[in-house]
Write a protein that binds this ligand. Structure first.
Ligand code: GTP
Ligand code: MG
Length: 210
């Protein structure tokens, strides 16, 4: 998919103030510092669309970006940020979980996982929570440029195997790098396919109304 336009729309902490849910939406989530904002910039080809930082905890709110006037890409705050207080963490949980549970146009959550590490409990727990809530998700392994191909392949295999303890099948995954833009095209193709289904469903719904 060619990204022609990518525009920042709004930042929110309140689910009732989000843009109208008329377009298909995709959210990037994962540990703090895993590379969510960087990957959004790499995918859209805009270096400073989403704010990035070496310090974990940079993204604190729900950020909506409108892509090609056709779909929303959402940058979320990271989880597992060690310096966050307990009350902050509870607040994060509440507003992000509420967003994930209530956002009716959310088509798929992309769970970003650092490809340099073996499976981390916090990521597995989060995937299990999504699965339990029947929220569709795919896996995105990040920072591929920092590791050998064999190293990332081994970590991906371990992560998928760990998930198989809870899931019958594991969702698709992508291996990406915001540095080299590796893996961007397959990820955008997956979004494109879901967008097409979304649009077909809208047309069918309109036909049924007539
Ligand atoms: P929070 O908003 O704090 O949750 O973090 P985030 O997940 O949005 O991470 P962010 O995109 O801000 O990136 C964190 C750090 O990792 C930055 O220093 C980025 O430059 C670096 N980084 C992100 N993606 C990549 C990548 O693919 N390769 C390399 N080498 N560095 C990356
Ligand atoms: Mg961020």
């Amino acid at each position: 998919m060619l990204i022609k336009t990518a525009v920042f729309i709004c930042s929110n902490t309140r689910v009732d103030q989000l843009p109208k849910p008329s377009l298909p939406e995709y959210a990037f989530i994962g540990r703090s510092n895993v590379g969510k904002s960087s990957l959004i910039n790499a995918l859209t080809g805009k270096r400073s669309l989403a704010k990035t930082s070496q310090t974990p905890g940079k993204t604190q709110v729900i950020n909506h970006f409108l892509i090609n006037d056709d779909w929303y890409l959402v940058d979320l705050p990271g989880y597992g940020f060690a310096k966050t207080s307990k009350s902050n963490r509870a607040a994060w949980e509440k507003f992000i979980r509420r967003y994930l549970l209530m956002r009716e146009n959310l088509q798929c959550v992309f769970v970003l996982v650092d490809s340099r590490h073996g499976p981390q409990q916090i990521d597995l727990d989060f995937c299990c929570w999504l699965g339990g809530q029947r929220i569709p998700f795919m896996l995105v392994f990040t920072k591929a440029d920092k590791l050998s191909q064999a190293g990332s392949a081994a970590n991906i295999k371990k992560f998928r195997q760990a998930l198989l303890q809870w899931f019958e099948t594991v969702p698709p995954h992508f291996l990406t790098s915001a540095e080299t833009r590796m893996g961007g095209e397959p990820l955008l193709m997956a979004i494109d396919e879901i967008n097409r289904n979304f649009n077909e469903q809208q047309i069918n719904a309109l036909d049924n109304d007539l």
